[in-house]
Design a protein around this ligand. Structure first.
Ligand code: ZN
Ligand code: ZN
Length: 382
């Protein structure tokens, strides 16, 4: 099913500011809150959809990518898990505080969600750089990259305890992971929960720690991560892979992995957006007599016609021979700047031939009609 536009989900305009977005999300979240809609699957879906939209639009980095590339910019195209995996626990643990202002318990008043009320820990995000050649960018590429990160400790199954008997119920919160206070709100007296300080919301304490991870539940390791990079990406762009960052203890939520694109300069082509520029030299006879020449393109070769009497500085445009736009069928162009090669070292015979043209009328320069290179480049796009 096609994903709905996040702005549409929250019912705000694309120009909505942070406060408007927060307010809109809060309204939706309260409208579809599971406490108000018990056993209502549709409301739950709406609740999740709104959280997903808010997750993106409340994060300047993600919002920017979404504005620029739509859903595709958020890792769906990069083979990431997207946000489809966001469950109720994630939503309450990330955005729980938004309900508290309205008196809803962050964890739904300890009723329908009491069994899930323990805070879910979240691993931190990771950032890596990936160097790409223009050829890779032109086609899109799949990379397997070794990433140093926190992974679950297998010895203790991410619990941090030496054995299951070393895991005890937190005496401070009796295992609930939260403490409760009563607050007056627009809905009347509401129970408001906050995370238990002693166990950081896990509801447990460990009496004998796992020696491999010294009780952390996570260890440092190297992992090969497969990253699918769509064609057309540019220097400085980021691809997010949801859940590919650091692991959290107790099977918590993994952090995200952000992949920063670094473009390796090409020895032939210069990039401007999706267009490519190529400086190409032709010989003096080719320029004078006209010719059919072969030029390199980003994915092979192309044959172009040089008209008789072609001046140095003539720009030729090859439609669609540039770089693709991310998530689009549109392709940029290849613009070739034709230069005429003037030889420096001539044999005696060559010199004689050229000298023969010295006073020839047709070889005398005429006043150039062409403006400067950059002006002409600009004119190309006007
Ligand atoms: Zn506790
Ligand atoms: Zn361990």
């Amino acid at each position: 099913m096609a994903k709905r536009d996040y702005y549409e989900v929250l019912g705000v305009s694309k120009n909505a500011d942070e406060q408007e977005i927060k307010k809109a999300y809060r309204q939706k979240a309260i409208q579809y809150h599971p406490d108000k809609n018990p056993d209502n699957k549709e409301a739950e879906e709406k609740f999740k959809e709104a959280a997903e939209a808010y997750e993106v639009l409340s994060n300047p980095e993600k919002k920017q990518r979404y504005d620029q590339f739509g859903h595709a910019g958020l890792g769906g195209a990069a083979g990431g898990q997207g946000f489809g995996g966001m469950n109720m626990e994630d939503i309450f643990s990330r955005f729980g505080s938004i309900f508290e202002d309205f008196g809803f318990g962050g964890f739904s008043g300890g009723r329908s969600y009491s069994s899930r009320s323990r805070a879910v820990q979240k691993g931190s995000n990771l950032r890596i750089k990936v160097k790409l050649t223009l050829e890779e960018i032109a086609k899109g590429v799949e990379k397997n990259i070794k990433v140093k990160k926190h992974v679950s400790c297998k010895t203790c199954d991410s619990t941090g305890a030496k054995s299951s008997s070393a895991i005890k119920t937190c005496p401070s919160c009796q295992g609930s992971g939260y403490t409760v206070r009563v607050q007056q709100s627009i809905f009347g007296a509401m129970q408001v929960q906050s995370e238990c300080v002693q166990c950081q919301g896990t509801g447990k304490t460990i009496t004998d720690k796992c020696t491999d991870c010294v009780g952390n539940g996570i260890i440092k390791a190297e992992e090969i991560i497969n990253i699918k990079i769509p064609a057309g990406v540019a220097n400085g762009m980021q691809i997010s892979l949801s859940g590919k960052g650091n692991a959290a203890p107790n099977h918590g939520i993994n952090g995200d992995l952000f992949v920063l694109i670094e473009e390796v300069p090409h020895n032939l082509f210069e990039r401007d957006g999706n267009n490519l520029y190529l400086e190409h030299y032709i010989s003096f006879p080719q320029a004078v007599l006209g010719s059919s020449i072969e030029i390199p393109t980003i994915d092979g070769k192309a044959r172009i016609k040089i008209a008789p009497g072609t001046q140095s500085g003539t720009l030729l445009r090859l439609n669609g021979k540039g770089l693709p736009e991310v998530q689009s069928y549109h392709k940029g162009d290849l613009i070739v700047n034709i230069n005429v090669w003037i030889p420096k070292n001539l044999t005696k015979e060559e010199k004689q031939i050229v000298e023969g043209f010295k006073n020839a009328e047709n070889f005398k320069p005429k006043a150039p009609k062409q403006s400067s290179f950059f002006k002409r480049v600009k004119q190309f796009f006007d």
